[in-house]
Every structure is written in structure tokens, then in C-alpha cells.
Write a protein that binds this ligand. Sequence first.
Ligand code: NAD
Length: 316
Amino acid sequence: MRILVTGGAGFIGSHFVRSYADAAETTVLDKLTYAGNRANLAPVQDRITFVLGDICDAELLGKVVPGHDLVVNFAAESHVDRSITAAGEFVRSNVLGVETLLRACLDAGTPRIVHVSTDEVYGSIDTGSWDETAPLSPNSPYAAAKAGGDLIALAYARTHHLPVSITRCGNNYGPYQYPEKVIPLFVTRLLDGRNVPLYGDGGNVRDWIHVDDHCRAVRLVAERGEPGEVYHVAGTTELTNLELTARLLAALGADWRRVERVPDRKGHDRRYSLADGRLRALGYAPRIPFERGLAETVRWYATHRSWWEPLPERVP
Ligand code: NAD
């Protein structure tokens, strides 16, 4: 079995590679943007082939993609805040990149492809949960670009019978996440005795999932999912940002004096929520309770300063 993992040096992609590198011959193709980090692959570096490259580079993909039994695409610009200030790279990597990669898979006759996406493509939902047939209604440039990539993937499945499935997941947390996203940002700042910025009224709700559960879901969809279908990977714990902040403060022995209220993110979606019945019908169930996963994650950042301290700070 030969697997190509695009975006495999990022947070989720590298977890996938570290988890499954022993089970398959693995190639990682990654552009190493600010979010990509070879150190994320250090534990498996002797067991994988790393290719520095861009999923928008058709010529390179024409050489790299053939011969793989499975392609899993994690490559994307992934931070909503950055898409608000500069969306161009998001459109390039998350839409054009997906199309270029899928075209290469089509040309190579790749037997199985999973394209990794997000709950944010649906917009915001006050109550209830989306199922896989809900209309796409993205609000941020990040979500709009991800929706564009998803639609290209579905079009390739429909038009060319490309065996691609899509996974859409809620908010991930875990080790090796770039400290621009809220959990590692707050944890690393609190570890340094600094204040943390809380958007708006703190009432935005996110459904959290440990990165390991997400990666098991992606693997299951690769093995047992239907081509042309979308699979939701729901989180295990819905929390407002205020509730999340309270847990992080408690975990790090800090109090609310460390929290600075900052103006809300532009267009900030209030709540996301996925119904994951289709994935559960394949036998999936999350394994990592939020309390345990969060405690382990906090411990990881506390004991891995050498991983995050050199990373440039990218948030105010
Ligand atoms: P990340 O930003 O940590 O990693 C993205 C990786 O993709 C980086 O290694 C980067 O160098 C690489 N990359 C970016 N553009 C590229 C390009 N054009 N060619 C090749 N490589 C490129 O992101 P993440 O949090 O690991 O997210 C991975 C995927 O999962 C993304 O598609 C994201 O939309 C999706 N997702 C993330 C979450 C989350 O909570 N983080 C939730 C649901 C879905």
C-alpha cells in the first residue's frame, strides 16, 4: 500500500502520517508554508519520503502522484483570520490546488482519494445540526475557498467517476497545532505568563474533536467510504469560547485577569454543528474524551517548548 499525504507537514496531516506511517509506504508532499514544519514529521522521518512541493504544481504532481494507492489531501491555507486580511492564497491552494491535485489523480488512475474539509462550509447554525445534504453557505473567505474545493471534488466524482470522498470535521485540537489557533495560542501564552485575547462576547460555539479521532475517521473513510460521498466528523464537546477559556485558565492555574477582550472577528460564525450518522454507520466512534484530550494537549505544549518557541508569532 502506497499513500500520498498532501499537506502532511501541517497539524492534522502530520498526525495522520505519524499514526499510519508504519502501516503503509508513505510519501508526504508539502509546500512548507509558515504552518508546515518538518519537525512535525521528525518521529517518522526515516520511514517516509518527503517531497517539498505545491499542490498547484501540475508538472510536479504528474511525477509524484502515479503509483500511489491512496491520496489524502490535507493541504490548505487553514486560518480564518488570515483569510480575512489576505484571501488570495486561500483561493489558490484550497480551490486551484484541489483541482490540480484531482486532475493529477485522474491522469494517474489513483484508485482512492480522500479530500479533507471542514464544517465551516455550511456557514453558521443557531440550533440543531447539519447533515451531509445541507446547502453550502460559507461566510469567511477560508470557508468559501474550502467550499470551492469541495465542489470541485464532487464535480470530479460525478463527471469523471473519480473515486474521491470528502470528510468535513469540526474544530480539532491536539499536539503540533500552530499557536495561532485558539487552544495552542492560549496555552502557550498562559505558559509564558502572558494575557490571551478573547473575541467579542465569547459566546461563539465550537464542537471540539481530538486530532487523533479525526485522523481515524479519515482513515476509515479511505477504507470503507463511498466515492462521491461526504462524511461528517462531529466533535465530542460543544463549548462557547468563554467555557473553553475557563477550562484553559483552570488547566494552567490562571484566572480571568489574564483575559483581554478584543473586538470580534469580522463575520464571526456563531456556531457549527454536524450530524455524523453516515460516518458512524461505517463503525466510527470518537475515543478521546475532551477532558483527557485537553489535559494531555496542555501537558504536551508545556513539555515541548522547543517545538513552539521558535515559531514566529502571527497574532496580535
Ligand atoms: P495546517 O495549516 O496546520 O496545515 C496545512 C498544511 O498544508 C501545511 O503543512 C502547509 O505547508 C500545507 N500547504 C498549504 N498550502 C499548500 C500547497 N499549496 N501545497 C502543498 N502544501 C500546502 O492545517 P490543519 O489544521 O492541519 O488542517 C488540515 C486540513 O484539515 C485543511 O484542509 C483544513 O481545512 C482541514 N480542517 C482543519 C480543521 C482544524 O480544526 N484545524 C478542522 C476541519 C478541517
